[in-house]
Design a protein around this ligand. Structure first.
Ligand code: C5P
Length: 221
């Protein structure tokens, strides 16, 4: 049974995975389904928050009572999140944002040429949206939450990432070929900048979402 402990709050959640186009038919993408972000949006709405969900390429139905903004690329996601975060009490970056994008976008479909090796793919860095949000909070006391998928040294890498990104909370989960992506279940540890460490046992993505909102609500007071 959820308490309306987020009533009167505006929260922003990003979900899904960005797609970085190479040409009109191809992109660099990732395996994020968007399910964790959508679970965060649904649970925040159930706890009384006004929720804006910035959704990158998730093939999921819009959650009831949530404002959904669809985006494609990291740069689009950054613009949308920045705009809606201006009056947000909390921002949760659950989206898998591509670290790099193709340096050039070919206006026409890239063709293979007989007898020629493929041209190397030049990439440029995308902005780190989470780090930017944390460094330039749109309002004092705004709670900024990140996600980190790690394959090894999960806690040590998570702590280092929390410090590097400057966010308040970092949800760290271990990923591998059969773990997390597209699944209904998740297992994680939520690391806090104040030293807190909250393990969330393997279970539905809703349960992890509720723990995130518990920790956010605590920080909002
Ligand atoms: O550095 P890494 O990609 O592991 O960090 C993951 C966290 O940072 C996620 O919360 C993701 O949404 C966010 N991120 C971002 N901008 C990027 C890369 C990741 O906001 N360019």
């Amino acid at each position: 049974v959820s308490e309306p402990d987020l009533a009167g709050r505006h929260v922003v959640v990003s979900a899904g995975g960005t797609r970085e186009p190479l040409d009109p038919v191809r992109f660099l993408g990732n395996r994020s389904s968007g399910k964790q972000g959508y679970a965060l949006a649904r649970t925040a709405a159930a706890r009384g928050a006004r929720v804006t969900l910035v959704s990158a390429n998730a093939a999921l139905p819009d959650p009831a009572g949530v404002d959904v903004i669809a985006v494609g690329t990291a740069v689009e996601l950054r613009e949308a999140v920045r705009r809606v975060a201006a009056d947000a009490d909390a921002v949760v970056m659950a989206a898998a944002v591509a670290d790099f994008r193709p340096a050039v976008y070919a206006g026409g479909k890239i063709k293979k040429k007989d007898g020629e090796e493929p041209a190397p793919l030049a990439l440029v860095r995308n902005p780190d949206i989470l780090a930017e949000l944390a460094a330039h909070r749109a309002r004092p006391g705004q709670v900024v939450v990140g996600f980190a998928a790690e394959t090894d040294d999960v806690l040590a890498n998570g702590r280092a990432k929390l410090a590097r990104k400057g966010c308040d909370l970092l949800v760290v989960n271990e990923v591998g070929e059969r773990k997390t992506f597209g699944s209904e279940q998740n297992e994680a540890v939520v690391l806090a900048a104040d030293g807190g460490e909250t393990p969330v046992p393997y279970g539905p993505k809703e349960a992890l979402a509720e723990t995130v909102w518990d920790l956010v609500a605590e920080r909002l007071g």
